[in-house]
Write a protein that binds this ligand. Structure first.
Ligand SMILES: C[S@@+](CC[C@H](N)C(=O)[O-])C[C@H]1O[C@@H](n2cnc3c(N)ncnc32)[C@H](O)[C@@H]1O
Length: 460
């Protein structure tokens, strides 16, 4: 592809992303799948430019508006990117927008004016508001500031970077050193992660699909933060575990592997299709102790039938995903899932229902990939108010029991942030159900107090 043809592909791709209510990475995969004639070098170049533009969405939009252009169309964003970020001069830009075969159409009068207005500027500008500079959408500013305090700018800046590529070794098939060796045979170089004892951080972003260590299930792609959430579950071989919001099974895999294939992990989710896809990953990893179980909702009758049956219940709740913005730069601008007003009650309902599955002495682990207090600490505090038979088990205690070294904990919770831990933003709280006999432990749950059962409980 010529440089101009690559630019046209970027414009087409950005247009599809704007018009398709699906995450940008899914749109990109489909775009390239439907255009197999685009070679791998061109594909990488086009995807990189498109991602670079998505990461600069607010700043490019601010300049486009300042340049007097009507709206931030894909073409206007590409023009602004070439001028402000790549520092191309107007002559080069005009040459690329030649209208020739495969090249972008010639510039309109309005676009020409925009080029003149933006030429010789850089992306940063002293008059640019902070929220634009750090790419914070309006809806997230208040909760992000409230949650991050004086770390707002530094965390938001870190969220603008591309995430590193992390792998989790499958302890059934490899240890970190043997996995590093296997990967290096495919010219993939990795080193041990700082916090997760199962993690490797890869140098660069090499494609892994064809690599034996990956195909043979020695390693799985998983952010170090996500690995730490699985470690916070601290499951033991032989235990009964539920992953209540298992989704594509990332944490289920880690939990099941920690159990050395012994015991049982029930992988639940309301999206049966996701669980089906996850089953393929479970097979590749050689894990036989996972049982997918689709739910109709968090109140599925299965929950009641299995109350107090499980040693560990992980709730990796649906959330704003603010901790994963490095990975999904478009997510902050495109509300593709439910908003906070729907997520907050849903998280509380899921937590409340999943808690019923936990046996006395067992643990409920509530986790999100959010950095917002309302979705994290506030949910846990509200839960503890109404579930007095649960207490917080400090993450430092869990790490000490697991001999996992120093935990990246702050207070009793796991609170990971990109700037401090170089992981995605994650939160996890470990809540233990009291083991001692009391009224509520004797078979009566707070949400279903029945006078007959209550009598039996008192007798018992
Ligand atoms: C953060 S994602 C889980 C990611 C997954 N644990 C992983 O590590 O790959 C949240 C999941 O919760 C699921 N979910 C949404 N509403 C739910 C509900 N009411 N009950 C159970 N799961 C639900 C979503 O379908 C989604 O897969």
């Amino acid at each position: 592809m010529t440089p101009a043809a690559r630019l046209q592909a970027v414009i087409d791709l950005l247009t599809e992303i704007d018009e398709t209510p699906r995450p940008a990475d899914a749109v990109m995969s489909a775009y390239f799948r439907n255009r197999r004639y685009i070679g791998s070098k061109d594909r990488t170049a086009v995807a990189q430019t498109a991602y670079a533009i998505l990461r600069r969405h607010a700043r490019l939009g601010w300049w486009i508006e300042r340049g007097g252009y009507e709206r931030p169309t894909p073409r206007a964003r590409v023009l602004a990117f070439l001028l402000l970020e790549e520092r191309r001069n107007a002559g080069v830009v005009l040459e690329m927008f030649s209208g020739g075969k495969f090249a972008p159409a010639r510039l309109t009068d309005g676009e020409l004016e925009l080029v003149q207005a933006l030429e010789s500027h850089t992306l940063d500008h002293p008059e640019m508001p902070e929220t634009v500079r750090v790419e914070c959408p309006d809806w997230a500013e208040r909760p992000m500031r409230a949650s991050l305090g004086d770390r707002f700018a530094v965390e938001m800046e870190k969220l603008l970077e591309a995430a590193p590529l992390d792998l989790r070794i499958n302890p059934l098939k490899a240890n970190r050193q043997s996995a590093i060796k296997a990967l290096s045979k495919a010219q993939i170089f990795a080193e041990e992660t700082q916090w997760s004892p199962l993690g490797l951080r890869v140098k660069g972003r090499p494609p892994l699909g064809g690599v034996d260590a990956f195909k043979d299930g020695l390693v799985e792609i998983q952010d170090e933060g996500s690995q730490l959430v699985a470690l916070a579950v601290a499951p033991k071989p032989g235990q009964q575990v539920v992953d209540f919001c298992a989704g594509a099974g990332g944490k289920t895999l880690a939990v099941a592997a920690l159990m050395k294939n012994k015991g049982r992990v029930v992988a639940c989710d309301v999206l049966a299709g996701r669980l089906k896809r996850a089953a393929e990953r479970f097979r590749r990893a050689g894990l036989h102790n996972i049982e997918p179980h689709p739910l109709t909702s968090e109140r599925d009758p299965w929950v009641k039938r299995h109350k107090r049956k499980f040693d560990r219940v992980l709730v990796d709740a649906p959330c704003s995903g603010t901790g994963t913005w490095r990975r999904n730069p478009d997510a902050r601008w495109r509300q593709l899932g439910p908003g906070l007003e729907q997520l907050l009650p849903l998280q509380a309902n899921i937590l409340d229902s999943a808690a019923r599955l936990v046996k006395p002495g067992g643990r409920l682990v509530y986790a999100t990939c959010s950095m917002l207090h309302d979705e994290n600490e506030a949910q846990v505090e509200a839960f503890l108010q109404t579930h007095t038979d649960f207490i917080v088990k400090p993450v430092a205690d869990v790490w000490a029991e697991e001999e996992a070294g120093a935990p990246p904990a702050e207070g009793p919770y796991l609170r990971l942030t990109p700037a401090r831990h170089d992981t995605d933003g994650f939160f996890a709280a470990v809540l233990e159900r009291r083991a001692e006999e009391s009224l509520s432990e004797a078979g009566v749950e707070q949400d279903e107090v029945d006078p007959v059962e209550l009598g039996k409980a008192i007798d018992a």
